[in-house]
Design a protein around this ligand. Structure first.
Ligand code: ATP
Length: 232
């Protein structure tokens, strides 16, 4: 089966600072992947490179077998850790903006998600709380029929009760032929939806494993393993 995302020897430096070191992995369709690491481990850098928004210093990136470029960007739906929408917009303007911009945008799915997320189309984005803004950005990202979804810290601002609802939305609305990568350090709250996890530490991938293997072979939760690997 062709990988949805393949990185080979990807390195990224900011001046003398190495944010990613020789990162290689492949991910297959139909999976929800947790990209897990502590603060400053390189998650956002990796997500931006996978989204085609930043060039690696060296190494190669393939999306559905093709090198990063306009076609692979069109297949990729990215939710960055900072909103892409403009503050003057209302929720409905943001939906219209995405609809104009992305040919794979599914308006019916967006309207269903807005209701599920309790978002009002006439609300101004600048008046939304951090958690409601996260719901808005997630609605925009998941309403595209993409091959690769990249969600950078999608529930950082969402309160613990609403988190469950958002996780249900992610599982319900993502397209199962695609692959979804979620970067986070909120491991315990999200691990139930992961099929596989990648641990990134100081810019190095230190583990890629099926969650079932972690639970049944190692006899641990992902959170327990994460705490062991990332103990300071
Ligand atoms: N524009 C930049 N210039 C210089 N250094 C940077 C820049 N962006 C990130 N870094 C450094 O690269 C490393 C990786 O940062 P990155 O933001 O990718 O980590 P992260 O895992 O997403 O962190 P967090 O969980 O805190 O958001 C960090 O040491 C960070 O300080």
């Amino acid at each position: 089966m062709e990988s949805i995302l393949e990185l080979s020897g990807v390195t990224k430096s900011y001046g003398s600072k190495h944010a990613l070191r020789d990162v290689s992995f492949q991910i297959q369709p139909g999976k929800i992947i947790g990209l897990l690491g502590s603060n400053g481990s390189g998650k956002s850098t990796l997500m931006k490179i996978a989204a085609g928004l930043m060039q690696p210093s060296s190494g190669q990136l393939l999306v559905c077998g093709e090198p990063s470029g306009p076609r692979t960007k069109a297949w990729t739906s990215f939710m960055p850790d900072k909103p892409l929408t403009e503050s003057w917009m209302r929720v409905k303007d943001a939906i219209g903006f995405y609809q104009d911009f992305y040919s794979d945008f599914d308006e019916a799915k967006a309207n269903e998600m807005l209701q599920f997320m309790n978002l009002n189309p006439s609300d101004k984005i600048s008046t939304l709380s951090k958690g409601m803004n996260d719901r808005m950005q997630l609605t925009l990202a998941l309403s595209r029929n993409a091959k690769l979804y990249l969600l950078d810290e999608p529930i950082g601002g969402v309160d613990p009760v609403a988190r469950e609802k958002i996780l249900d939305a992610i599982v319900k609305y993502y397209n199962e032929d695609s692959c979804l990568v979620i970067s986070t350090h909120l491991v315990r709250d999200i691990e139930r939806i992961f099929d596989e996890v990648i641990f990134i530490k100081n810019g190095n991938v230190v583990l890629q494993e099926e969650v079932e293997t972690i639970r049944f072979t190692r006899g641990k939760s992902v959170d327990e393993l994460f705490k062991e690997v990332f103990a300071e």
